[in-house]
Design a protein around this ligand. Structure first.
Ligand code: SAM
Length: 313
């Protein structure tokens, strides 16, 4: 039996605690004392966020419950939060009301100029002695330009830390009940971007296809017809199971299961839209065995729960 007096957690700094905002979530008081103790112990061991530092923090795919403890603590102590478009407002609401909020989403047409502006703003805020959180969807180092931002900050002599987050590719698989690896099916998995537009680096789909490995694609919706054609031309069987998992960990989450040669028309018909993860490979077929038995990825009160748009064979 645990007879130790429970350590008191600091009172929430927000007008509206999480449990009140999300009535379906477990009320805070139902946390066991052991859970509170464990969280308090972990909070005590976190690094100190010093003025003038920039922390690149992974916000996870959407729902705040996927945040790491370190991400929550960083948000709660930041003086400024520079955030991307895909960061869920529920995550942003964890920042102090008085923290400066800077939107750093992409504006159409000039990605490189915007990136330079973002880096310049981070440098400016850090030099003004602020504790700056650079909040990025998913994981900061996964297709998030986190590496470039760290390079710029270090070049300006600014101390940085990277707080990893749950990347949407892996969260998307979890939401759909698709294991990234499974003994007897695959010993590796490819995480790739489907973005490669004009003038940008694109993956070598022929070479990737030839590996036979399952693929988890980010930013692939726009170029999906070309990607599918290149994968099939590279030898990937047309009947390879494929899925699209959209808006993972948000109230709009949807899963479409199809096969490689039908995924594009099926997605069009179902109105699947970005942000989305595309999964291709035999691992996708495991969903049929696993998903029905898994507890739901999203919480029961999140609107209608995940919409499943059928499992075409
Ligand atoms: C610029 S990348 C950033 C990826 C991010 N750093 C991560 O680790 O998830 C943006 C792409 O991530 C994917 N993505 C991000 N959030 C998502 C979500 N909630 N549901 C599905 N896909 C998401 C989409 O493919 C989107 O086009």
């Amino acid at each position: 039996m645990n007879t130790a007096a429970p350590k008191k957690l600091p009172a929430p700094r927000h007008d509206e605690p999480m449990a009140a905002r999300r009535p379906h979530a477990e009320p805070v008081d139902s946390c066991t004392l052991n859970t509170r103790d464990a969280i308090a112990t972990l909070l005590g061991g976190l690094p100190v966020f010093r003025p003038g530092e920039v922390w690149l923090v992974g916000a996870g795919p959407g729902d705040p419950r996927h945040l790491t403890l370190e991400a929550v603590a960083a948000l709660a102590s930041a003086d400024a939060v520079v955030h991307d478009a895909l960061v869920d407002p529920r995550v942003m609401s964890l920042a102090r009301p008085e923290a400066e909020r800077v939107f750093a989403g992409k504006r159409g047409g000039k990605p490189s100029a915007v990136q330079a502006d973002i880096a310049a703003r981070l440098v400016e805020l850090a030099r003004a002695g602020r504790r700056v959180v650079r909040l990025k969807g998913g994981d900061p180092f996964m297709f998030g330009r986190g590496g470039e931002e760290v390079e710029t900050l270090l070049a300006h002599g600014i101390s940085c830390r990277v707080v990893p987050g749950v990347t949407s590719g892996l969260a998307g698989l979890a939401a759909a009940g698709i294991p990234a690896t499974m003994r007897g099916i695959n010993q590796a998995v490819v995480l790739a971007t489907g973005h490669g537009g004009i003038g940008q680096e694109a993956p070598d789909w022929g070479a990737i296809s030839a590996t036979g490995l399952p693929l988890v694609l980010y930013m692939a919706m726009k170029n999906l017809p070309e990607i599918v054609a290149a994968l099939i031309a590279g030898g990937r069987p047309a009947e390879t199971p494929a899925a699209i998992i959209a808006a993972v960990a948000t109230s709009a989450e949807r899963v479409l299961v199809s096969r490689l040669d039908r995924i594009v028309p099926d997605a069009l018909e179902a109105g699947m839209e970005p942000p989305a993860i595309v999964a291709i490979g035999d691992i996708v077929a495991l969903r049929e065995r696993l998903a029905a038995g898994l507890l739901p990825f999203r919480l029961a009160g999140d609107d209608a729960g995940t919409s499943d748009i059928g499992a075409a064979s």
